[in-house]
Design a protein around this ligand. Structure first.
Ligand code: ATP
Ligand code: MG
Length: 332
């Protein structure tokens, strides 16, 4: 079976709808076809300031949400990044292969550092894409399920894997981004030109899966559309309506064409009312399942411990080979 690897940050507590549709849904799908490794990336979380107590709690909340979304520890390996020290260790080696200018071109860094402000931007935020390279290469991943915003980092991963292999001999698998076109970028409900993001200026544009369902329903109902009234998918001319159609279609398994037909001659109000209901029906059981996992933290921690053990076996093997290739003297 081919390998898959991906990670999600525990920073906000709740996952948002973009995380779920763009990434987590694909994690669930790939456990059927791939030897899949998924992790809560707490090392990445501290690239911006975190409250220690919240970070620890949110790490469990993230793991609980991944299980609630359908990850099955019998069919995939679910773990916490800091439980596998090889990530930081291979990260260092990869830092030493990356050009400063090359790292400076990462648009995620540029966006995030602009939001942090120059004075508050850490070196960790600058090098986090390189840690991500190590995350992927440690598992010799073939496929990396992510949203569109991560495409550049997967390209960097391929470049560095090739560079390492060329310099030191064949060591790493070159991975491909697994990006599902339809849901690669879910947009902010209030600003359909921007990606839905936890750090949005206007929280009304962001659907948090763990919010009260009626809060999310209200956000759907007040989503920005346009002055036209026709319900038709047109990402360029009708980004707001198209975003709603994408969400609706993905959550219900109805095609966009079927939805266009269903709402022919009807107004945006009808579409939003129905989608609000779809959203409530989706988040209600999701929240309940997440809470069930959180109610038994000992069991949750046991799942993560077992996952870390499985992950470490793979990661330690890859790291040992990489260290050897680089020329590190093995400990006697
Ligand atoms: P941040 O803005 O701090 O980076 P984030 O919302 O992007 O947070 P991450 O943990 O970085 O959260 O990303 C988890 C996964 O969710 C990634 O694969 C990312 O590509 C995907 N993702 C994030 N936002 C969206 C979105 N709006 N549409 C589709 N996929 C998304
Ligand atoms: Mg992100």
């Amino acid at each position: 079976r081919p390998r898959a690897l991906s990670g999600i940050q525990p920073t906000a507590g709740s996952f948002h709808l973009g995380n779920y549709l763009g990434a987590v849904r694909q994690y669930v799908a790939l456990q059927e076809s791939h030897d899949a490794f998924y992790m809560v990336v707490d090392l990445h979380a501290i690239t911006v300031p975190q409250d220690p107590k919240e970070l620890r709690a949110n790490t469990r909340v993230a793991a609980a949400q991944l299980l609630a979304a359908g990850l099955d520890p019998e069919r995939c390996t679910l773990f916490v990044q800091s439980h596998v020290p090889e990530h930081a260790q291979l990260g260092w080696v990869m830092n030493c292969l990356t050009g400063f200018g090359e790292a400076s071109r990462m648009t995620q860094f540029k966006d995030k550092s602009a939001k942090q402000g120059a004075g508050a931007t850490t070196v960790g935020l600058f090098t986090y894409p390189i840690l991500q390279v190590a995350d992927i290469l440690l598992y010799q991943a073939d496929a990396v399920p992510v949203g569109e915003d991560q495409r550049q980092h997967i390209e960097l991963t391929r470049d560095l894997a090739e560079r390492f292999n060329g310099r030191f001999g064949d060591t790493f698998t070159l991975p491909s981004a697994h990006i599902v076109r339809e849901t690669a970028k879910i947009y902010d409900l209030q600003d359909p030109s921007a990606k839905m993001s936890k750090s949005t200026a206007n929280p009304k544009g962001l659907i948090n899966l763990l919010d009260e369902p009626k809060v999310s329903a209200k956000k759907i109902k007040s989503a920005v559309t346009d002055t036209d009234t026709v319900i038709r998918f047109d990402a360029e001319k009708k980004p707001g309506v198209s975003n709603l159609l994408t969400i609706y279609s993905t959550l219900t398994g109805t095609t966009i064409a079927e939805l266009e037909q269903k709402y022919e001659g009807k107004g945006y109000g009808a579409l939003k009312t129905d989608l609000a209901e779809v959203m409530v029906d989706f988040v209600t059981p999701f929240r309940a399942r997440t809470q069930e996992y959180l109610d038994d933290p000992a069991e949750l921690d046991a799942v993560l411990a077992k996952g870390a053990e499985k992950a470490r076996a793979v990661a330690a093997d890859t790291l040992a080979r990489a260290y050897d290739r680089v020329g590190f003297l093995p400990p006697a």
